[in-house]
Design a protein around this ligand. Structure first.
Ligand SMILES: NC(=O)c1ccc[n+]([C@@H]2O[C@H](COP(=O)([O-])OP(=O)(O)OC[C@H]3O[C@@H](n4cnc5c(N)ncnc54)[C@H](OP(=O)(O)O)[C@@H]3O)[C@@H](O)[C@H]2O)c1
Length: 304
């Protein structure tokens, strides 16, 4: 089924306000575009504000009168995250999507001395959510909280090595750990949200050709080969945005995991399926370690 046909069947309520981190690029940008088409007000939280403004201009040319706002967010900086949190606390959001992320980057350290995948994809989102939760819970209507995970999150068992990259740093493994840890944030929020207005939802886009993948695999031969099979094993960024759009539609009223229905969940139209919990046994410890590291910096994380 074509993305447009699937989208035409989704009922996304007009006038909602939805914030997407990393909404200037790839899947987040396509999600924002489609939400604008549905008459939603979209807030793009971007590390590169100029790229956010460019996306805004593009949407306005395509859909005159659409409502798009750009705000700054750098997930590597507490100063930026605190400014972002202050700004968002003034907003009446219907949904927030933690979409921004990094993949297969060279070894560096990020906030709380975490390896950078863990720092950006997990710890920063954990911190922001913890700070925003009282505000989101105070809103007089349901608020959907979306997290972008990945199919690779299920393939690695959690070990202490994951926090700092280990002696033999492996990019793919560190990325997978960071998304597993994000799954744990989802499960923690799920526990807490049972009697509140918060609806946590995990989405994953399958595998999509976006700047993230292009930067991770600069090899031309690989990309040529992949493009031959793209229709079967890869989603376009537009199709990759469908799980999030399904999550934001009226069809989704309760917590779930949404991802492509194809082989290995790598491509296709989205559906809901159970979260694989086989490797999550030790994962709770990841949140504990994060809280301890935040505490060392004088930051108390209440979401646990
Ligand atoms: N593409 C796939 O196959 C795939 C598969 C599974 C999961 N995902 C997940 O989907 C999400 C979106 O990825 P994508 O494929 O659309 O890639 P993308 O086009 O590279 O988008 C990633 C976004 O995250 C932003 N970002 C990165 N580091 C940041 C930071 N420190 N602070 C704030 N924003 C930051 C990027 O900003 P800049 O534009 O400034 O770099 C960009 O807007 C990611 O979480 C990724 O892990 C992707």
């Amino acid at each position: 089924m074509k993305a447009e046909r699937f989208l035409s069947k989704l009922n996304i309520e007009k006038g909602q306000t939805i914030l997407i981190t990393g909404g200037n690029s790839g899947i987040g940008k396509e999600e924002a575009r489609m939400l604008c088409k549905c008459g939603c007000r979209v807030i793009l939280a971007c590390r590169r504000v100029e790229a956010g403004n460019e996306a805004k201009r593009e949407f306005e040319m395509e859909m005159p009168g659409c409502k798009v706002q750009v705000i700054h967010l750098d997930l590597t900086s507490f100063e930026s995250m605190d400014e972002f949190i202050e700004e968002v606390q003034k907003l009446d959001l219907d949904a927030i999507h933690f979409n921004a992320g990094i993949y297969r980057v060279p070894f560096t350290k990020g906030i709380c001395d975490f390896e950078s995948h863990m720092a950006v994809n997990f710890a920063a989102n954990y911190y922001i959510l913890d700070r925003l939760l009282p505000h989101l819970e105070s809103l007089p209507h349901p608020v959907k909280v979306l997290f972008t995970t990945s199919v690779v999150a299920r393939y690695y068992r959690i070990a202490p090595i994951c926090y700092d990259g280990g002696k033999r740093y492996k990019k793919e493994r560190s990325y997978a750990y960071s998304k597993t840890a994000l799954n744990m944030v989802y499960l923690t929020l799920l526990k807490r949200s049972k009697s509140t207005n918060i609806i946590p939802i995990l989405v994953h886009p399958g595998i999509c050709f976006t700047p993230l993948i292009e930067k991770a695999y600069p090899n031309k031969r690989f990309r040529l080969l992949a493009s031959k099979f793209i229709r079967f094993f890869f989603n376009s960024p537009k199709k990759g945005a469908l799980p999030a759009l399904l999550a934001l539609s009226e069809a989704t009223k309760s917590p779930c995991l949404l991802g492509p229905r194809g082989l290995f969940h790598s491509a296709g139209i989205p559906k809901s399926y159970p979260l694989y919990r086989g490797n999550l046994k030790n994962a709770e410890e990841m949140l504990l370690v994060a809280r301890e590291r935040f505490a060392k910096q004088g930051i108390e994380i209440k979401l646990n």
